[in-house]
Design a protein around this ligand. Structure first.
Ligand SMILES: CC(C)(COP(=O)(O)OP(=O)(O)OC[C@H]1O[C@@H](n2cnc3c(N)ncnc32)[C@H](O)[C@@H]1OP(=O)(O)O)[C@@H](O)C(=O)NCCC(=O)NCCS
Length: 205
């Protein structure tokens, strides 16, 4: 059987990444924005000099991905400037279905700044990680984290941080804890959504 390889994504992987995203994040807001939106989002992680996009592949098949940025402060601003209009156009079908909640959430997503802890420097943000559900629990998520961390180290950075929901999210929280991420703080997103921020020092810090 062909073995799983963790590698930097290429533009040829985008369609498959969108499929994995839709499977792994069923019912999530970003998924509801449609394939066109997701395509632009993951292209953004691929194209930007500051973007990071790693995949787990087996032959031609993509089984999982991890996406993030080495420059959380400016990455989303640049993404908004370069792709804001196209994001909006891609989201139009979802906006027409539920205008107010979708516009409100898109506004929040487009003005997202990465929620970086103020005292943390030389840190990359892990924005999204997903594994095809039929491949869950086989340590692929752990391998993707390791591949992502390797890319971060190769850019000379020393930490990875991420945020995730505190509530109804035990398996994700235990996933990050299992792989050495330490809970740093709790905060409220958009006033009412309790979030946890995790940090992991890389290398021999
Ligand atoms: C989170 C995710 C990436 C984990 O990938 P994975 O390949 O299943 O993870 P691994 O096999 O490397 O790690 C397994 C560990 O994760 C946690 N975990 C994963 N799935 C779990 C489940 N269904 N129930 C309980 N714990 C679970 C446990 O800590 C488990 O360790 P254990 O087996 O020793 O108990 C995957 O479940 C996924 O894609 N989820 C949907 C998308 C998502 O929520 N992403 C994270 C937020 S961006």
């Amino acid at each position: 059987m062909t073995s799983v390889q963790i590698r930097t994504a290429t533009s040829a992987d985008i369609e498959a990444i969108v499929l994995v995203h839709k499977d792994a994040f069923k019912g999530f807001f970003l998924t509801s924005l449609g394939d066109g939106f997701l395509r632009e989002l993951y292209r953004g992680f691929l194209d930007g000099e500051q973007g990071l996009l790693v995949v787990a592949s087996r032959g031609q098949e993509i089984l999982g991905f991890a996406a993030g940025t080495t420059e959380p402060d400016t990455f989303f601003k640049r993404l908004r400037r370069k792709r804001g209009a196209i994001f909006f156009i891609r989201a139009i079908p979802a906006i027409l279905r539920r205008p107010l909640p979708v516009l409100h959430k898109i506004y929040g997503a487009l003005f997202y700044k990465g929620d970086q802890p103020q005292t943390l420097h030389q840190a990359a943000l892990l924005s999204s990680i997903g594994v095809a559900p039929h491949f869950g629990g086989k340590s692929l998520g752990g391998q993707l984290l390791a591949g992502f961390e390797q890319e971060v180290l190769s850019k000379g950075l020393k930490f990875v941080y991420l945020t995730t929901d505190q509530e109804n999210n035990d398996h994700v929280n235990s996933f990050y804890t299992k792989y050495g991420y330490k809970q740093e703080s709790q905060f409220m997103q958009q006033g009412s959504r309790p979030m946890l921020r995790y940090i992991k020092p890389l290398g021999n810090i």
